[in-house]
Design a binder for this molecule. Structure first.
Ligand code: PEP
Ligand code: MG
Length: 942
């Protein structure tokens, strides 16, 4: 069998085959084909690297012969000879994998130098200093990389000689000193390895190729691949690029530099970069000298600058992407040594995408694909100034993105008070409850020590677009002291702190931040994404303000309006509590009657803000105890009240007793007499007793309602069925709001959604109730009301019974927060800061399933539900409203399984729009998810 070809000249290699030639090799090949000035050379393929490892670290047979043949051609092209004492050729030997792994593998420069070729170099350059400098650099690099001598030992020799020669910088060393260094380096290599430094250039080349292959499995490279999840299939070994050495340090007509075809920080269409005259690339990297801005070259080397401008145009027109390229000028001749796609920040990607479409360099589709959805995140939220160098004092979960600073305040009432004074607040709590909502409104951000990314604090903060760090367990809060500690760091109430909800970090003090940037360019790019995507994008929004913002950010409706949020407003909570604590049906009806108008007016405002678009209103979901204070809180209040009561009793007599003790107190006790009179009045009105009774009553009710597992208990539709008057009121509010707005001439599209459904009977029960209310409202207003009725799919049984549910439902909406909880049997409140980080670290689970949709488990259940639901009702509208609806990869999955829309928190709307467009554009390259076949597996249950 013919042995495979392992070595290719730049002009022969396929510049599009990064897998075989690595990114760098493919770039060199492509630029050579384009006629750019690339020094001649050849590539040893990645296949050779894989074969090297397959053969237990032996270079494949015939490889060096092939290399020699190609080398001959390079000699012909350059008119120089490898190993010649008169006109020597030197090489750079560089690694280059398919995926860029900057600095992770090894490089050897000036290869081919020995005592003889050194003479040739001196002759051709007439520069002994330059030649010896090249030699000592080569011995050091080769000695370290190919022969394993510790770099520090070379540095010791260099530093000692510098001292002795009175040189401060390396550049101060003259030829004699450098020659001396070379000799000492040889001695070091012999001593450390037992071998002389190889003189034979071909042997040098062989050892250098082997060294690059070895560096592929070096610790640095292996750790890098692990860190960035680069699998063996993606990585596929490294190629070796053997390229004629060009020297940027051959005098003042030589230089070296790096450039971008556009500014990677702003996207501006200008040549951007740095260079150094009379220097080698490593001088720039090592920071020995400070490079100059490339614009200075206009004056210093005008001809080269003009050439670079030309190269910039050619590169962009060819690669149709911003390029980051390296160049060297050797004696007035420009050489391009490398090119790759430039890494830019999000702002620059947005600007260049828009401009490159105008320049007809890329299509709209390509422009949309250039911006990755997670990069967009950078532009949507305030973030910590990238120049800030401070360290966080604690790290929790990144629960809602953005950065905010404010005074640490430990309860919602105080947060509201301080906020009203116009001061900035960070609400710091162990965990939050619905009754803290006014504290959220008053705060810039929320920090909790318990709870995950779907905890109350996280979900509410995301809904409001405020930063939140949750589950920051390192922080200990002392509510009594109104302070928090973290090791020896102490935060008192009122101290300034900063949180970064994108990274989960907490800082002391007010850290500088930069504002979000929704530029015109970004709006244009998003409008192109909208033209491309076929899946709808809606928002999770519970207030008219959020609805308006959602509309501005391109929402095509509301996919989840959680009505419980309406119940939490400060003026409503007492009525809600009255409803819950009512001892009789009549009393409950009275409270509900008070709630109806507020619920209706909330619905009206949201519907009005979203006129012309659908709004899905979810009936009450959380367990009722969430609206009540906790038993501990009530017990503590009760204790305080009882103490006050007994204090009152003793105070009634205190004034008389004190007068007996000393009549001289008479005057000063007048004040006490007044107080006692007030106390007697309070007692007569029995205010203390009434309050105590009320608190006792509430405590009894709270204890009665206590559930071991409230998330699996009396909530959702189960609540609606046991307290039908609550759902009836909510449905009536939605219908009346709709009727009144229709009468105003508005196009209103309500959708009523039932949470936690697990059986068709439950859904039918609510449906009947709804039909009854509809008739009444239609009669009352004299109009017909059109709306849709649907169910959340958030329990496993609902997925299994989707076919039946679809008989009643016009739409499904996957509640993947609960569905994930149910599928894994992980509590969504506890998992994220108890065991999930360890699971991720140990790779037991790849991701956090509450953040990234678990395609293999939850995803399959969704596919089953879709399949069966649409069997019953082919046009069944199906969406998702769990937090995954705003996660880019999860959005792509939702597109691939045929969801009609995703619904996400308002700030994530641009991300979801972009991700949905990416999903559409990538659908051709992607395999559809493994199809589950209902006939084969589950048809007997249908
Ligand atoms: C869900 O479970 O995914 C959902 C959206 O409902 P909630 O988070 O309000 O339970
Ligand atoms: Mg839910």
């Amino acid at each position: 069998m013919k042995s495979p070809k392992y070595v290719y000249l730049f002009e022969v290699a396929d510049g599009t085959n990064k897998k075989l030639f690595g990114g760098k090799g493919a770039g060199l090949a492509e630029m050579t084909h384009m006629g750019l000035s690339v020094p001649p050379g050849f590539i040893v393929t990645t296949e050779a690297c894989l074969q090297y490892y397959a053969d237990k670290k032996k270079l494949p047979k015939g490889l060096m012969e092939e290399a020699q043949e190609n080398l001959k051609i390079v000699e012909e092209k350059t008119g120089k000879v490898f190993g010649s004492p008169h006109n020597p050729l030197f090489f750079s030997v560089r690694s280059g994998a398919a995926l860029s792994m900057p600095g992770m593998m090894d490089t050897v420069l000036n290869l081919g130098l020995n005592d003889e070729t050194l003479e040739g170099l001196i002759q051709t350059t007439s520069d002994g200093r330059f030649a010896y400098d090249a030699y000592r650099r080569f011995i050091q690099l080769f000695g370290k990389i190919a022969m394993g001598v510790d770099e520090k030992e070379f540095d010791q020799i260099l530093n000692k000689t510098k001292e002795r020669c009175g040189a401060i910088e390396d550049t101060d060393l003259n030829a004699d000193c450098l020659k001396e260094i070379c000799e000492q380096y040889f001695g070091l290599v012999k001593k450390k390895t037992g071998h002389s430094f190889p003189e034979d250039p071909m042997l040098q080349l062989k050892l250098a190729i082997e060294a690059v292959f070895k560096s592929w499995m070096g610790k640095r490279a292996v750790d890098y691949r692990k860190e960035f999840n680069i699998t063996p299939e993606m990585a596929h070994g490294t190629a070796v690029n053997v390229c004629r050495m060009v020297f940027g340090n051959m005098g003042f007509d030589s230089a070296t530099g790096v450039a971008f075809t556009r500014d990677p920080g702003t996207g501006e269409n200008i040549l951007y970069g740095e260079y150094l005259v009379n220097a080698q690339g490593e001088d720039v990297v090592a920071g020995i000298r400070t490079p100059k801005q490339i614009q200075e070259m206009k004056k210093e080397m005008p001809k080269i600058y003009r050439e670079l401008e030309r190269v910039r145009k050619i590169l962009e027109e060819h690669f149709r992407e911003v390029q980051d390229f390296e160049f060297t000028v050797e004696k007035g001749i420009l050489y391009i040594l490398q090119t790759r796609n430039g890494k830019m920040n999000a702002q620059a990607i947005v600007r260049t995408s828009r401009e490159m479409v105008s320049e007809k360099l890329v299509s709209k589709e390509e422009a949309v694909l250039r911006l990755k959805p997670h990069e967009l995140e950078q532009l949507l939220h305030k973030r910590i100034d990238p120049n800030f160098k401070g360290k966080p004092i604690a790290v929790g979960l990144p629960a809602s993105p953005g950065a905010a600073s404010g005074k640490a305040i430990f309860d919602a009432d105080e947060a509201e008070r301080v906020g009203k004074l116009g001061q900035k607040v960070i609400l710091v709590r162990e965990e939050t409850k619905p009754e803290d909502i006014h504290g959220f409104f008053a705060s810039q951000g929320i920090l909790t020590t318990r709870g995950g990314k779907t905890s109350h604090a996280a979900v509410v903060a995301r809904g409001m677009g405020k930063p939140c760090v949750s589950g920051c367990e390192q922080l200990r809060i002392d509510p009594k002291e109104r302070a928090a500690t973290m090791g020896n760091v102490h935060i008192k109430e009122g101290d300034f702190i900063t949180i970064d909800g994108s990274r989960g970090e907490v800082y002391l003090g007010e850290v500088p931040t930069v504002d979000p940037e929704i530029s015109k360019d970004l709006l244009t790019l998003l409008s192109w994404a909208d033209e491309i995507r076929t899946m709808g994008v809606r928002a999770n929004a519970d207030t008219p303000e959020a609805a308006e913002r959602a509309r501005q950010l391109g929402a095509e409706g509301i996919g989840l309006c959680r009505t419980e949020r309406m119940f939490n407003a400060v003026d409503r909570l007492p009525i809600v509590r009255e409803m819950i604590l009512a001892g009789s049906k009549e009393k409950r009806s009275e409270a509900i009657a008070k709630l109806l108008p507020v619920q209706k007016s909330d619905c009206k405002e949201i519907f009005r803000a979203m006129k012309g678009l659908p709004v899905t209103v979810r009936l009450l979901d959380p367990p009722l105890h969430e609206f009540l204070p906790s038993a501990e809180e009530l017990a503590s209040k009760l204790r305080n009240l009882q103490e006050v009561e007994s204090a009152f009793s003793s105070m009634e007599n205190i004034s008389e007793a004190m007068k007996l003790l000393d009549p001289a107190f008479r005057e000063s006790l007048k004040l006490l007499d007044h107080m006692v009179a007030d106390i007697v009045e309070i007692k007569e009105k029995r205010l203390d007793k009434k309050l105590i009774r009320k608190q006792q009553e509430t405590l009894r009710k709270v204890q009665e309602m206590k559930e071991v597992n409230p998330m699996l208990g009396h909530r959702g539709v189960r609540l609606g069925i046991t307290y039908p008057e609550i759902y009836r009121m909510q449905i009536q509010a939605i219908m009346e709001a709709t009727a009144e707005l229709i009468k105003e001439g508005l196009d209103i599209q309500p959708e009523i959604m039932v949470p936690q459904v697990c059986t068709a009977q439950e859904l039918k029960w609510v449906y009947e109730l709804m039909k009854k209310v509809q008739k009444e409202v239609e009669r009352q207003y004299g109009i017909e009301i059109c709306f849709k009725f649907g169910t959340m799919i958030e329990v496993v049984r609902a997925c299994m019974r989707a076919g039946r549910l679809a008989e009643v439902a016009d739409f499904f909406s996957f509640g993947t927060n609960d569905l994930t909880q149910a599928t894994f049997s992980f509590s969504r409140e506890d998992a994220e800061n108890k065991f999930l980080p360890l699971y991720n670290q140990r790779k037991i689970l790849q991701d956090n399933p509450f953040e990234v949709l678990d395609v293999k488990g939850v995803g399959r259940l969704m596919m089953i539900a879709i399949e069966w639901g649409r069997r019953t009702k082919p046009d069944l509208k199906i969406g998702i409203c769990g937090e995954h609806g705003g996660h880019p990869e999860s959005v792509e999955f939702c597109h691939s399984i045929g969801l009609s829309y995703v619904s996400c928190s308002v700030p994530r709307l641009p991300i979801a729009r972009l991700a949905a467009a990416h999903a559409k554009l990538k659908e051709k390259e992607k395999k559809p998810p493994e199809k589950y076949d209902p006939d084969q597996t589950f048809s007997i249950f249908f």
